[in-house]
Design a protein around this ligand. Structure first.
Ligand SMILES: [Zn+2]
Length: 310
């Protein structure tokens, strides 16, 4: 079953990935970035399982909803005929111990109890649905997706899906009888329309165009150690990564640079010069110019021209 609302990496995660590559983040900023990244990777792992569901359902990934003044993030929501299933996905890789109000690592570090978070989200979603005139029961689960994770002292009667139980759980889930009607579709559409694009919790480090490290980077491992070969007659050449060995068309690497600039500096004008600078001078202005003209719409002429998406 294809997701009705697909998951995309948040703007925050995309920006942090670039910042982590092109500037020195503080230890806390780095930690925050890696936690976000790991969380996202766990959710994508879970998507691979929900995509295999064969029964009639609507899968809504990554719904940021709001009821009253409270925003709440739902990793995965699945609409079935009689029930809405809500999943809180956790990608912890270090073992934790279950305590009443928290999860604790073996070194004593405390984490929020995922069940509390799930219960809070379930309550808020129920409230939202009731306000919309829907009275569908909600079933919530915490999914620990990382196969190397163990939760010690886990209470057996709570809706916790351990890595070892996932396969069986999904199989059972897949056998739930479900027939969807137009009413379900309307609800799915309504929920997607309520999705808040910008999270109120986003806090980004300060950054500027000037202070950022310039150059082409590998799309797989973010390394700056890339070389361009085979450019010339008609072809823009290929870029090879000396760290991980992956390769990419130079044009595509330059276009990624354009996307980076647009994401980090939404009001900055995309000019040949600024892209040239961002690429660290690795690609000639002539080639950048040709590429931008091909892919974007040029506004103005000569020195002052800039490019916008068509
Ligand atoms: Zn690489």
């Amino acid at each position: 079953m294809m997701a009705f609302k697909p998951r995309i990496a948040s703007r925050e995660l995309k920006i942090l990935r670039i910042l982590n590559t092109r500037m020195e983040l503080t230890a806390d900023e780095k930690k925050h970035y890696f936690n976000l990244k790991k969380g996202y990777e766990g959710e994508v792992q879970f998507d691979l399982l929900t995509e295999q569901l064969q029964n009639e359902c609507y899968i809504l990934n990554d719904l940021l909803l709001k009821t009253g003044n409270t925003s709440f993030q739902n990793d995965t929501v699945i609409l079935f005929q009689e029930t809405i299933h809500l999943f809180e996905v956790k990608n912890y890789e270090y073992d934790l111990i279950f305590k009443t109000n928290k999860l604790v690592s073996f070194s004593g570090k405390e984490y929020q109890n995922s069940l509390d978070q799930l219960n809070k989200n379930t309550l808020l979603l129920r409230q939202l649905l009731q306000n919309m005139g829907y009275n569908i029961p909600i079933k919530g689960y915490v999914v620990f997706i990382n196969p190397e994770f163990t939760l010690y002292q886990s209470p057996p009667n709570e809706p916790i899906i351990h890595p070892t139980q996932l396969k069986k759980f999904m199989k059972k889930f897949n056998s739930l009888p479900s027939k969807l009607s137009n009413r379900h579709k309307m609800l799915a559409e309504k929920l997607v329309s309520l999705h808040q694009v910008e999270s109120p919790y986003t806090v980004l480090p300060a950054y500027s165009f000037e202070k950022m490290r310039k150059g082409l980077t590998c799309r797989i491992c973010n390394s700056f150690k890339v070389s361009i070969i085979g450019s010339g007659s008609g072809s823009s050449g290929k870029m090879f990564c000396n760290d991980c060995g992956s390769e990419e068309e130079v044009d595509s690497a330059v276009l990624r640079c354009v996307q980076e600039i647009k994401l980090l500096f939404p009001v900055k004008r995309i000019t040949t010069n600024c892209v040239f600078e961002w690429c660290g001078g690795a690609v000639s202005k002539k080639k950048i110019n040709r590429l931008l003209t091909k892919k974007f719409k040029r506004i103005g002429h000569g020195k002052y021209s800039y490019y916008v998406s068509e």
